[in-house]
Write a protein that binds this ligand. Structure first.
Ligand code: FES
Ligand SMILES: [Fe+2]
Length: 411
């Protein structure tokens, strides 16, 4: 049983402009609370439809402790389900992807159609009602080729975000992309420390020497370079190429296109394209990076030759699984147009560097001497925005529970 009063007290103890009280970074109850209040209430990025290329394709993935199955049916419709068999609850498909003519549970062979209907349940008797035992659906929405699922009964509005994402990510043509590489690492740190790290570049100049070659690591605030002549030139060039640059945001998302360091074609080890076949050919491939951020768990950089997606999901109070996905043009041929090693090197190094930084952060936060410190208003505004969003979302969830439970102090 989660101690909501204690979580309310921890949230009430958060000082404005400062990182979070210790318990919000390492407490067992807070982990369960975060799954329900944060991962259970919003939209979560589940990859792109190009990962399900043919009828019968499926993708199975974990969102924290919750398994999800996404399936494309014979008519091409993509649906999401709880990956939990309606017999005795076994996970039906292990995490991964593939294609299958039917969805069969490995435990006792209950077999489902791609639309979730139960087709066969051996030895359950003639009076067994198969129609009452289909897979339980999850909400799924689509925009610019991306898939978003929600565990919530009433998730936040999606339409405005979808419209904006089509404008910003549409030119990347994710409908003709493919997943070139995927990797998952464990970071022994609370998911919020992992995400705060991913939301600021205060640490990048020293922490990510390779990323800093192409990524403008000193950029301030929300990709705001209003007084920078190079940035103005970038905006004018992108506008002439019908590419949006303005940094915009909703409650749980942010979008912006920004210029890379001088001469850089893409985010790569040397600034040169890593994929010969471009996804976005406007302006000879000099289109900067289109950044998408989804709270609570994701960021994405779309450059002319590839898209990199980062997703973090907690598996315990102090362990987070970080998955990286690299997408390229569907016609790019591995070994000819790109290599997986070349494509993945920059973000693999960057993620491993961040793993060490986040794990050090956790160890220091666990100290009895830990006191929350202030964020830089110049370099860490997006990390502050993230923890503000977290606290607001958590408080709203707690306030909603007061209808069911005894009153909780959530100021
Ligand atoms: S738990 Fe799936 S068939 Fe028994
Ligand atoms: Fe980093």
């Amino acid at each position: 049983m989660i101690d909501y009063r204690r979580i309310g007290a921890l949230l009430a103890g958060r000082r404005e402009g400062y990182c979070l009280p210790q318990g919000l970074y390492n407490d067992v109850d807070v982990f369960d609370f975060d799954m329900d209040a944060i991962y259970g209430t919003g939209w979560l990025m589940a990859g792109f439809t190009c990962e399900l290329p043919t009828p019968g394709s499926y993708v199975s993935q974990m969102f924290g402790k919750w398994p999800v199955l996404i399936v494309r049916d014979k008519q091409g419709v993509i649906r999401a389900f709880h990956n939990s068999c309606r017999h005795r609850g076994s996970m039906i498909c292990k995490p991964g992807s593939g294609s299958a003519p039917r969805i069969m549970c490995p435990y006792h062979s209950w077999t489902y159609e791609h639309d979730g209907k139960l087709l066969a349940a051996p030895r359950m008797g003639d009076d067994f009602d198969k129609s009452a035992h289909g897979l339980r659906p999850l909400r799924i929405e689509f925009a610019a080729g991306a898939m978003f699922i929600s565990f919530a009964e009433n998730p936040p509005p999606f339409a405005d975000f979808a419209e904006k994402l089509e404008i910003y990510l549409g030119p990347q043509r994710m409908d003709r992309a493919k997943l070139a590489f995927e990797s998952t690492i464990s970071e022994y740190a609370n998911w919020k420390l992992v995400m705060e790290n991913g939301r600021e570049c205060y640490h990048c100049a020293t922490g990510h020497p390779e990323l800093a070659r192409t990524f403008p690591v000193t950029m301030s605030k929300h990709f705001d370079r209003a007084n920078d002549a190079r940035a103005k030139e970038f905006v004018d060039t992108m506008t002439a190429n019908h590419l949006e640059t303005e940094a915009i945001e909703g409650d749980w998302w942010q979008l912006a296109r920004f210029g890379l360091n001088r001469g850089a074609e893409t985010l790569s080890m040397d600034g040169h394209h890593m994929v010969r076949k471009l996804m976005c050919e406007e302006n000879q491939g000099y289109v900067g990076s289109m950044r998408l951020a989804i709270d609570p768990h994701c960021f994405l950089h779309a450059t002319s030759d590839h898209v990199f997606m980062f997703s973090a999901v907690p598996v315990s109070p102090t362990e987070t699984l970080v998955t990286g996905k690299w997408y390229v043009h569907a016609d790019a041929v591995e070994g000819e147009d790109y290599t997986v090693e070349g494509l993945s090197e920059l973000w693999t190094r960057t993620n491993l560097q961040d793993k060490e930084l986040a794990e050090n952060n956790q160890l220091g936060v666990n100290s009895p001497g830990y006191l929350p410190g202030p964020y830089s208003r110049d370099a860490e505004m997006l990390a502050l925005r993230f923890t503000d969003w977290y606290c607001n979302t958590a408080r709203a969830y707690l306030a909603g529970r007061t209808a069911m439970d005894a009153p909780i102090h959530v100021d």
